[in-house]
Design a protein around this ligand. Structure first.
Ligand code: ADP
Ligand code: MN
Ligand code: MN
Ligand code: MN
Length: 382
């Protein structure tokens, strides 16, 4: 049972970003900008938001530029740069860090022909930065393209109020125990559905293949799923979905936390990664699924190390063996078992084909690192 007297503020891990209480965003007028959004701007001017992962490996940065053409593919877009010494990606002496455009999405905030551009980052000498896991992932994907690896990622997260407590939780205490909140309906069970609905629609507009959403076990905890997406694009899709969520949350004046275990004794947040290859999806693909599980069983700790941005430290708090998780120290697999590392969904076992679910990745994982590890272990036998 949760200790109703413990203070959530005492949990230093709840927010891994900077601490700023009482964000003024919530009280800014949300309608004034409409007047300026209506201003006609020249039709040949395209606004592009370049997005990248910073030196924490878990937070996003962005900046905007004007283009004089409509880019069709990432290669049409200019390589750009930023001050890496301000993002933990270089020292001050050699701070120019480069942005390579990798994927284009429609911008749901500006609409029209304006775009979001997912980038990866390179140091002054054009070596990838320490948190650029995309490059390795895309190399792995190039090698196993013919196996058609698909990934569907379930992104769990919680919303915090500007006082850094879970949004809607009673001051100084806890809501009634978990039970009624998962997939809940009603003002006393789910909070901020408006934001979730806006996010769903923005993702569809942007071209992110969001496949669903649901309220989660802890009040103010939610999930959305992206995919199945093919290879490295699953990482692009998830990062852009996270960007859109954070941008929307700015407008609503709430904070998104991807911390994997925000509150002790309550369900944590994961990024279950559903994975299949062409062979797994064909008749009797269950044999391939079992082969993959056997390979995964031999390199459990290697995967745990890349399933959160702190080499397994974040997941230690979440993968306790309780709250629908398996222990971080043991590998296990089972049909319909939500207490195992790998779950084979019931329908997959019945149809003898489909996909497996890796339940270990933390909510703040870098999906490029996760799917890179899955492709290398299960397909490339590395
Ligand atoms: P859960 O029952 O674990 O909550 P969800 O319905 O939330 O499952 O998520 C299932 C995920 O599996 C979705 O992201 C979906 O896109 C993905 N998925 C479905 N089929 C496949 C497949 N063949 N390969 C990879 N991912 C898949
Ligand atoms: Mn789910
Ligand atoms: Mn879930
Ligand atoms: Mn799941």
């Amino acid at each position: 049972m949760a200790d109703t007297h413990a203070k959530i503020e005492d949990n230093p891990k709840i927010l891994s970003g900077p601490v700023l209480t009482n964000s003024p965003n919530a009280v800014l007028s949300k309608t004034l900008l409409g007047r300026y959004n209506d201003l006609p701007i020249p039709a040949d001017k395209i606004l592009a938001t370049y997005i990248w992962i910073d030196g924490t490996g878990e937070h996003l940065r962005c900046k905007d530029r004007t283009l004089n053409f409509i880019p069709k593919v990432p290669k049409d877009l200019p390589i750009w740069n930023f001050d890496g010494s301000s993002t933990g990606q270089s020292d001050g002496h050699n701070s120019d860090t480069f942005l390579y455009p990798r994927a284009i999405y429609r911008d749901p905030f500006r609409r029209g022909n304006h775009i979001l551009v997912m980038c990866d980052t390179y140091k002054y000498n054009m070596e990838p930065t320490g948190t650029n896991h995309r490059i390795k992932c895309s190399e792995a994907y190039e090698k196993c393209k013919d196996d058609e690896p698909w990934f569907g990622i379930e992104q769990e997260y919680i919303l915090l109020d500007s006082d850094l407590r879970p949004f809607g939780w009673p001051p100084g205490g806890f809501p009634p125990p978990q039970g009624p909140y998962y997939c809940g309906v009603g003002a006393n069970k789910v909070f901020a559905r408006d934001l979730v609905e806006a996010h769903y629609r923005c993702c569809l507009f942007a071209g992110v293949p969001i496949s669903g959403t649901n309220a989660e076990v802890m009040p103010s905890q939610w999930e959305f799923q992206v995919g199945p997406s093919v290879g490295v694009s699953a990482g692009d899709d998830l990062w852009v979905a996270r960007y859109i969520l954070n941008r929307l949350a700015e407008e609503y004046g709430v904070i998104v936390s991807f911390d994997p275990k925000p509150v002790q004794d309550w369900n944590g947040s994961g990024a279950h990664t559903n994975f299949s290859t062409k062979k797994m999806r064909e008749d009797n693909g269950i044999i391939e699924i079992e082969k993959a599980i056997d390979k995964l069983s031999k390199v459990h700790m290697k995967h745990i190390k890349v399933y959160d941005p702190r080499g397994g430290k974040d997941n230690e708090r979440r993968l306790t063996g309780l709250h629908e998780t398996a222990s971080i120290n043991d590998f296990s697999a089972g049909v319909a078992n939500r207490g195992s590392s790998i779950r084979i969904p019931r329908t997959v076992a019945e149809e003898k084909k489909g996909y497996l679910e890796d339940r270990r990745p933390a909510s703040n994982c870098d999906p490029y690192a996760v799917i890179d590890a899955l492709m290398r272990t299960c397909i490339l036998n590395e």
